[in-house]
Design a protein around this ligand. Structure first.
Ligand SMILES: *Cc1c(COP(=O)(O)O)cnc(C)c1O
Length: 368
């Protein structure tokens, strides 16, 4: 007879996490809806692919798949340091921003700590905070969909959180806080508070509008090859901060977590500025297409500094129904879940052909 199986309990922090899925992937949506293919405009993946130079370098590296990658990502960190005018000791490489955020949270948040973020912003930060036993305090977006920097500052001062998280440009709103506002938030930080600046979409923003290079113990900037560089599937990103913070993350990161192909691809991608410039230009065109499409249907949009656009569908129920109808037609988009953005759908910029297909479906569903 098999003895009764005991229920094994995870740590209290993990047991306390409600069952949650950060994202339902398009693959699952395809399985559930029996779709052979989807018009894939929901995850802000680049429609313009990776640089051919990155693909060539990664292909050439494939026969070395039996080797681990350099656990120090030395060559890539050197290249990134040269690009950002800092030293290699200022750079930590990880398996994308999601991984790096986990390191930052694990290092600075424990049971009893509290973090602060905008309610409804990019969710992975909140998942990490909960997973490491911390509490999350939030402030709301402004009614126009911008991050409310004044509210963040007030709350930072009163709460003294361990980490303030700011995605800039923001996802899902697509809005940008100009550098003066980010500086104001940074200047307001209490001495033991860290600003985690998620700059996943930095490559889409003109440099002058953006916070300049800055190395400070209270600032960790994270960037990625997933968006403008078109390498989301390779899982590679980096953090820039002080050598001490980098050394802290080095203690806890997965030693071989960044695969060698991703390192090689990222190095090659970094050398192909012309390709990224081309993507940025194409994406700007795509945003304009979406603005025009929405305007032609009498719908509003939020000015975006990213590779996606939020379109105002009125209210949360309408936006959700629209998203579901589009999915039945094989169109994958997402929508913000929480106010004040719950009435919007979020559409990633596709290729010109994908945009034309989207426009056709969207018009049909809106007028149907
Ligand atoms: C896409 C995205 C990420 C994820 O980046 P990875 O490097 O792929 O992990 C992080 N933050 C924001 C705001 C994003 O939109």
């Amino acid at each position: 007879m098999i003895p009764e199986m005991p229920i094994l309990r995870a740590t209290p922090a993990i047991e306390a996490i409600p069952p949650m899925t950060p994202f339902i992937g398009p693959e699952q949506l395809m399985r559930e809806g029996s779709h052979a293919r989807l018009l894939r405009l929901g995850a802000n993946e680049s429609a313009f692919g990776p640089s051919p130079k990155a693909v060539a370098a990664m292909s050439a590296e494939l026969p070395h798949l039996s080797w681990y990658g350099d656990p120090e990502s030395f060559a890539l960190r050197e290249a990134l340091a040269a690009r950002f005018g800092c030293s290699l000791e200022n750079v930590c490489v990880g398996s994308g921003i999601d991984d790096l955020m986990g390191l930052v949270v694990r290092a600075f948040i424990g049971p009893g700590s509290v973090a602060l973020a905008t309610r409804g912003t990019y969710p992975t930060f909140a998942y990490h905070v909960t997973g490491f036993g911390g509490g999350l305090a939030t402030v709301d977006y402004r009614a126009d969909g911008f991050v409310d920097v004044d509210a963040l500052i007030r709350r930072t001062k009163s709460l003294r959180p361990s980490i303030v998280y700011l995605a800039n440009p923001d996802n899902p709103s697509g809005t940008l806080l100009e550098r003066g506002k980010v500086e104001r938030l940074f200047d307001a930080l209490p001495a033991q508070t860290l600003l985690l600046l998620d700059e996943a979409y930095a490559d889409f923003v003109e440099a002058e509008a953006f916070l300049g290079p800055m190395i400070h113990s209270q600032l960790v900037r994270v960037r990625t090859f997933s968006k403008a560089y078109g390498m989301a599937g390779a899982r590679i990103g980096f953090a820039i901060t002080t050598p001490r913070n980098v050394a802290t993350f080095q203690k806890i990161r997965l030693h071989y977590g960044v695969n060698r192909n991703a390192q090689v691809g990222a190095m090659a991608a970094l050398e192909d500025d012309a390709f990224v410039a081309h993507v940025v230009q194409e994406v700007a065109r795509g945003r304009d297409d979406y603005y025009s499409l929405a305007a032609s249907l009498g719908l509003g949009t939020i000015p975006s500094h990213t590779n996606f656009v939020c379109i105002d569908c009125g209210d949360g129920r309408t936006a959700t129904a629209l998203m579901e109808t589009l999915l039945r037609r094989g169109v994958f988009i997402r929508k913000p879940a929480l106010p004040p953005l719950e009435g919007y759908v979020r559409v990633t910029v596709g290729t010109p052909e994908e945009r034309a297909q989207f426009a056709e479906h969207f018009r049909a569903v809106i007028s149907g």
